[in-house]
Design a protein around this ligand. Structure first.
Ligand SMILES: [Zn+2]
Length: 133
């Protein structure tokens, strides 16, 4: 089962919106940092690349998420989007709609969650995802 073009376009749009949200947040953070430091002009940070570069200043979580989104968008461009990185099976569309930057299928993810739990870690942090932040 592969994604239809329509689904792929919709997911791409969702990913682009998510990326925009992060970049907007980063821009606000940069503005704040600039006001606080009085360091003057940081140059033209209005482009996505510059904002991505600055994103590392503002938290691992944000940076990871941005990275996953970029990877997913690349995948859509290259036609290798929507496959589990572990078992290489297609990830279900339902799951992609909930988490368009998912790297793993539901089976592999729950296996990894179990392993992480045994090590006392939270697997979710890998994704940097949360529906309530
Ligand atoms: Zn898998």
């Amino acid at each position: 089962m592969t994604l239809s073009d329509e689904s792929r376009q919709r997911l791409r749009k969702t990913l682009e919106d998510m990326r925009q949200e992060i970049l907007d947040e980063v821009r606000v953070q940069i503005e704040r940092a600039r006001v606080k430091d009085h360091t003057g002009d940081l140059g033209d940070y209005a482009t996505a690349d510059m904002a991505a570069e600055y994103a590392h200043l503002f938290g691992e979580r944000l940076r990871k998420r941005l990275h996953l989104i970029e990877d997913a968008l690349d995948g859509i461009k290259n036609g290798d989007y929507g496959f589990c990185e572990e078992c290489e099976e297609p990830i279900t569309e339902k799951r992609l709609q909930l988490m368009p930057f998912a790297l793993f299928c539901v089976h592999c993810q729950s296996a990894m969650e179990r392993q992480a739990k045994m090590r006392g870690e939270t697997f979710e942090e890998w994704y940097g995802t949360s529906r309530n932040d």
